[in-house]
Design a protein. Sequence first.
Length: 260
Amino acid sequence: MRNKLIKVLNIIVDILVVCVLIVSILILTMVLTTKGDDGVPNVFGKAPITVLSDSMKGDKPDDFEKGDLLLCDVVDKQNAPKYKVGDVITFKIPGVDIDKDEQEDFITHRIYKVNKDGTFKTKGDANSTYDQDPKANAWPDVSPANVLATYHGSKIGGLGSFIAYLQTSLGFFLVILLPMIIFFLYQAIRVVINIVAYNKEKSLKKAQEMIQSADLTEEQKQKAIEEYLAQQENKETPEAQAETKPEEEPKQEAETESEE
């Protein structure tokens, strides 16, 4: 029963380690991914974008909400597609910092109007007006040259918030670093246990060889092995060690002769 529990525990720990490694690789990929001059991440032609607001929350097939991770297609500026009304594009507006991290954020909104000069007016599906800043000032129209990526409906719900949390110091420690520390400690304990088991098995084998070579009956040999095992188990318990500790010899009282 004990061996089964140990095996189950080992399997659970191994699964957790694999999950942590997968998340770690994902985070490292997000952090170390190559970025162009415009700062857009590029993972094999895909731009993972975390959604910071519910401005595109709706009932359309390509709508999304806060916390989702969008997998947008990075635009090749030399072979940029021709944009039209209804396309969802990712771009930047100077000075727009949605999450207050002192960096301009990517905006992924839908094109609602194409101007005669080829620029676009964009709007979130959940908004009632074209894109504007918190002071209700209309944003500059988006130029095709400012489009960084296009969105076609590929997303992972909720993963954006999780990745954003992992990129914080506390999130990285709790989800990545702490489980790895626990894993290495657990593995160190397993190594010690295996070494102890190996030494015990080695000693038992040596004792068996000595007993088998002795001139004893099979019954006597079996009994000798059992006594050896019992002796080894007693050595491992603190109670047994206390019992086998040599007692101090009683002090002999000096005999005194009475003088007459």
